[in-house]
Design a protein around this ligand. Structure first.
Ligand SMILES: Cc1ncc(COP(=O)(O)O)c(C=O)c1O
Length: 471
């Protein structure tokens, strides 16, 4: 197809036919996702992927045989492990258009940047941020968190970029059990994870009184509190901080309020009662969230939104001479996204979101997100009604955490739950992941999957009951 040394097809007609074959296979993969569960990776797969092997046959056939079957399961309707998005057919179209243009979205004046602005503006509106707010698409919430924390830090140390943090001990505050992305961001920025103060929870939410006490204590000890991290959708249990209460504390104490809304921020699109979970998010200084989780688009695509555009820009803007802008031409256009984050060269992530919203419409996402919450509640109700299973916590949003051996001593329960997760995965039945709650390994379903139906929940729970009977 392309072995003419020119890095172009030698026969465009043949290439067109091959590319169409690939597209057909990709569409089928999604159309029958239900019939193609994940499977163990064959022993020789790595060898088959080795570059430059002679006689490998045609590329599309290899992709169909050696690549498409070996997915991680998250396009399947019974995948609820970790917090992974299910992927959309619109991604197939977006991927082709993006590849054909090969946009570098670091800056300059071309369509992809305008599209990114449109996507950010849509998300800004959904999150209730003011029109003047800024944002940049990122690899995911982890990167978005680093960007937000850097802007927050610059607000308390205006010459940070030149002078560094020096001897100042900055402290940040988050509810106990905050996602590791917050810990990592503080490590990366040289603030240090010891300076993350994990505030006790009251009824699953950061306790604002305890937070105030800690702030007073730390200030008295010479620290410089700068940041409160609220969680909209905790990774273990899908819990939400009282963001309004945190916004009040932040305003009174002069602190930056960041919200980790990796998946839970999208409850802004859900119907009641779930929408109210994220009330107050519109009062944050920054929000980190993912499109690749609960907006279902393909990996990777996250976003940081910042209320104060000038604080955002101040933290990252840098234009060496060769990146000078111009009043017109390709070097024109403002803003350039390289001034709002770490990356200079960056791909067109926005097109996946844009295609998804234009193809399916906002209302379809609102319905799918609401339905995922309903299904998690349904799973919880079935577990409650099943002898030999027990919820570890009431279901609040789209996360259901339970034990399939409540009668057993804790250590044995942990063992059984972990074995069940693995057995269901190996059998291609369902993907739960595990987490530790109160020292016990529990089964956990995080439903960020628009393909899941009620019958899938029943099938998975029946399989667990069967495994327990065979135990
Ligand atoms: C609450 C929360 N925050 C942050 C992250 C990290 O997001 P990402 O994987 O997009 O970097 C996750 C991932 O599961 C999460 O659930």
């Amino acid at each position: 197809m392309g072995k003419n040394g020119m890095l172009e097809p030698d026969d465009w007609g043949a290439f067109r036919a091959e590319a169409r074959r690939m597209l057909d296979a990709a569409i089928s993969q999604m159309q029958v996702a239900r019939n193609r569960p994940w499977q163990p990776v064959p022993e020789d797969l790595e060898a088959r992927y080795a570059i430059g092997q002679a006689d490998q046959g045609d590329l599309v056939a290899r992709l169909v045989e050696d690549v498409l079957p070996h997915h991680g399961g998250n396009i399947h309707p019974r995948f609820w492990g970790w917090v992974q998005g299910s992927g959309l057919t619109s991604d197939l179209i977006a991927g082709m258009a993006a590849a054909a243009v090969n946009a570098n979205c670091g800056g300059r004046d071309h369509g992809a940047n305008r599209m990114e602005r449109a996507v950010i503006d849509w998300a800004r509106r959904i999150m209730g941020f003011p029109e003047a707010a800024s944002g940049v698409l990122t690899t995911g919430t982890s990167q978005a968190t680093v960007l937000a924390f850097q802007a927050a830090r610059l607000r308390v140390i205006p010459d940070l970029r030149q002078a560094g943090q020096g001897d100042l001990r900055l402290t940040a505050y988050a509810g106990a059990g905050v996602h590791n992305a917050t810990v990592k961001a503080l490590e990366l920025l040289g603030i240090g994870s010891d300076n993350l103060r994990q505030v006790p929870l009251r009824e699953g939410r950061m306790d604002p009184d305890a937070l105030r006490d800690m702030l007073e204590e730390d200030r008295a000890a010479g620290a410089l509190p700068f940041l409160i991290v609220g969680t909209a959708g905790s990774v273990d249990l899908g819990l939400f901080d009282d963001l309004d209460a945190l916004a009040d504390v932040a305003a009174q104490e002069g602190l930056w309020l960041h919200v980790d809304g990796a998946f839970g921020a999208w409850t802004r699109l859900a119907e009641p009662p779930w929408r109210a979970l994220s009330d107050g998010i519109e009062r944050a200084d920054s929000i980190a969230l993912d499109f690749h989780k609960w907006m279902y688009v393909g990996y990777d695509c996250g976003l940081v939104l910042m209320r104060d555009e000038s604080a955002h820009r101040a933290a990252f803007a840098a234009r060496p001479a060769y990146l000078d802008g111009a009043p017109e031409g390709l070097a024109g256009g403002e803003p350039w996204f390289c001034d709002y984050g770490i990356d200079l060269s960056r791909g067109n992530r926005a097109i996946k979101v844009w295609c998804a919203l234009e193809m399916f419409g906002e209302a379809a996402f609102a319905a799918a997100i609401t339905d995922n919450c309903r299904l998690a509640a349904e799973m919880g109700a079935q577990i409650d009604a099943t002898e030999g299973m027990a919820l570890m916590h009431p279901v609040v949003s789209n996360v259901c955490v339970f034990t399939a051996a409540p009668e057993a001593p804790p250590e044995r329960q942990s063992q059984i739950n972990a074995q069940i997760a693995t057995a269901l995965q190996l059998a291609g039945v369902a993907v739960f992941s595990t987490t530790r709650i109160g020292g016990l390994t529990a089964l956990r379903a995080a439903i960020t999957n628009h393909r899941t139906r009620s019958a899938d929940i029943a099938t998975a729970l029946a399989a667990i009951t069967q495994l327990r009977r065979a135990d």
